[in-house]
Design a binder for this molecule. Structure first.
Ligand code: ZN
Ligand code: ZN
Length: 379
């Protein structure tokens, strides 16, 4: 099943501002709310909402949006979101409306690692790292800058302005969850007022806007294993976004992009390269030098080598991360037609042609077969 474009899902332009994206999300969230979609429509509305929610989560995060703009769905990892997004009871509607109403009413998010009833794992982050083919073959220690969250120094993580303190949420009595009726069922949902923390911050800390955490940058050392291939991902456990209410942090996924190489094309563990050979060498045979990732190698070209012939250099490919042996290097022969000939060279070639004609089809490996095919085609 192909995934719909996130912008299309939200019905916004690719150039939409954060505000426009948020507005579109709210509108759609209201549309698919269970209160308005009872009975037969409930299941479908829930599915549609999940799609909308995922699109919003991706496009409202500038890093994920950038990754999505560049690589499409391959650039972002929507699963493992907060609460798993399963149905109404988990991180589905309840959490989304917590998001929306939280913004509208509480004036700041209640943060802090303690006291919450509803525990959410942090979102995973995705990072795209471009490396060269040589680096992919040999492996590399890379340093990347990623966002990290520290406890706010001003409020020491409480999210409350110094001198004030968080109060117990009156909506849920500090439980962090409320009972909601959905058709026949009574469902426990995250309290939309305090977002599950059980606490309200009357005066949010101005340094962190009540989040209790400050976003910074940190440098992460990443070991890229030798043989890694384009599109592979390395997981860095716990380096994603922080969890909520004491939940564990998400993971960071480093997605490897391998830059196009001037000479080699990779196919799994094998490498391919095009090697130009003069038509004289192709006709007479001879030794030619070919490049390998490790340096140079020589190939003996036999007499009468045709264009497109390939020579395999065993073990001169790449040893994949899960392979026991390196792949091979395939050199594809490209026979070159000489250009910018002098009068003398032209004369030599004409003489050569005359001489070849006298020999008839025997000088042309595809000659007789080709003549037969033409005869059949035109008859
Ligand atoms: Zn603070
Ligand atoms: Zn509450």
């Amino acid at each position: 099943m192909s995934k719909r474009d996130y912008y299309e899902v939200l019905g916004v332009a690719k150039t939409a501002s954060d505000d426009e994206i948020k507005k579109a999300y709210r509108k759609l969230a209201m549309k698919y709310h269970p209160d308005r979609n009872q009975g037969d429509k409930a299941k479908q509305a829930e599915e549609q909402f999940k799609e909308v929610k995922e699109a919003y989560e991706m496009l409202s995060d500038s890093q994920k949006r950038a990754a999505y703009d560049q690589y499409g769905h391959a650039g972002v990892d929507p699963n493992r979101g907060m609460g798993g997004g399963e149905g109404f009871g988990g991180g589905g509607f309840a959490e989304a409306f917590g998001d929306i109403f939280g913004d509208m009413f509480s004036g700041g998010r209640a943060g802090g690692p303690r006291g919450g009833r509803q525990v959410y794992r942090g979102n995973d982050l995705s990072y795209s790292l471009e490396i060269s083919l040589e680096e992919a073959a040999k492996g590399k220690d890379a340093q990347i800058r990623i966002p990290s969250w520290d406890n706010c120094d001003t409020c020491h993580g409480s999210g409350a302005k110094p001198g004030t303190s968080p109060k117990t949420c009156t909506t849920c009595g500090g439980n962090g969850s409320v009972q909601m009726r959905q058709g026949f069922f009574s469902v426990q949902q995250t309290c939309p007022h305090c977002r599950g923390t059980g606490k309200i911050i009357p005066e949010p800390c101005t340094t962190c806007s009540g989040q209790g955490k400050i976003k910074r940058q940190k440098t992460l050392e990443v070991k890229i294993p030798a043989g890694i291939d384009d599109g592979m991902r390395i997981r860095s456990t716990g380096n994603g976004e922080p969890g909520m209410n004491g939940g564990p942090p998400g993971d960071l996924y480093i997605e490897i992009r391998i830059r196009e190489h001037d000479i080699f094309e990779r196919d799994g563990d094998d490498l391919h390269c095009q090697v130009p050979v003069s038509f004289i060498t192709a006709a007479l045979g001879g030794e030619i030098e070919v490049p390998t990732l490790q340096g140079k190698a020589a190939i003996d070209i036999p007499e009468g080598t045709q264009a497109g012939k390939q020579f395999r250099l065993r073990g001169k490919g790449i040893k994949g991360v899960r392979s026991s042996y390196p792949g091979d290097l395939y050199c594809h022969i490209v026979v070159e037609t000489p250009v910018k000939l002098t009068e003398y060279q032209r004369k030599l070639l004409r003489e050569l042609e005359e001489s070849l004609k006298k020999g008839g089809a025997k000088h042309s490996p595809s000659g007789e077969g080709w003549t037969d095919k033409l005869k059949r085609f035109f008859s």
